[in-house]
Design a protein around this ligand. Structure first.
Ligand code: MLT
Length: 214
């Protein structure tokens, strides 16, 4: 594996013209965790999967938190920028177009922060159990980007109103957002996998890739 600023795994594409995925694990995960999910929801796509650099009691994360759902916002900003720089490095090292982030929980939250702070880093995103990562952000422009948010209506960590606010914020920034709430908790279900698969092969395709596959 090429040495880059994050420990990571990279799986090259086997099918041309599928946008690459940036896989972002949840608290306590690592670069291996979401590889099977990426291979299931976007077969043949290149996968770039970094490990979060922050340790909470030995568990990797993508930014510091003060308590569950209470974030160290200065660290969120610093880490979102650091991860966006890693995406630039990874694209250069492996010859990739801008990836679609697929993040779960803490990984979805850092992806949401990247969309707000460094929108150019991502072509779009699948945010699985995400919440609003920052109380205040500068204006951001997500025109042309497509985002799928899947929430759990019984998620004990993320209040429904918070996920709805995230969807509204991203939409106000110009993104095309699909937000769906599933009758489940914080963990992923087969319904998440099915919805993400459908979305990635249909409306989630960036404009450019759709032109190639038509
Ligand atoms: C976070 O810290 O990003 C959220 O509380 C989700 C989690 O990792 O549990």
């Amino acid at each position: 594996m090429t040495a880059l600023s994050f420990t990571h795994r990279y799986i090259p594409a086997t099918i041309p013209n599928r946008p690459p995925l940036l896989l972002l694990h949840g608290t306590g995960g690592d670069e291996n965790d979401l590889i099977p999910l990426g291979q299931t929801i976007a077969p043949g796509a290149a996968l770039l999967s970094p490990r979060g650099k922050v340790l909470e009691n030995g568990m990797p994360r993508f930014f510091r938190r003060l308590a569950e759902g209470v974030f160290d916002e200065e660290d969120v900003k610093k880490r979102a920028n650091e991860l966006a720089d890693f995406v630039t490095e990874g694209r250069k090292a492996y010859g990739l177009e801008a990836p679609i982030a697929v993040g779960f929980s803490n990984g979805a939250n850092i992806a949401a922060a990247m969309l707000m702070l460094r929108p150019e880093a991502l072509a779009g995103a699948v945010l699985l159990r995400a919440m609003v990562p920052l109380k205040e952000t500068p204006a951001f422009d997500l025109t042309g980007k497509r985002i799928l948010i899947l929430s759990g209506s019984m998620d004990p960590i993320i209040p429904a109103a918070n996920a709805a606010r995230l969807a509204a914020l991203l939409e106000q920034g110009g993104a095309q957002v699909r937000h769906q709430s599933l009758p489940t908790g914080h963990g992923l279900t087969q319904a998440d996998v099915n919805l993400a698969t459908d979305w990635l092969s249909n409306e989630g395709q960036p404009e450019e890739s759709l032109r190639h596959t038509r």
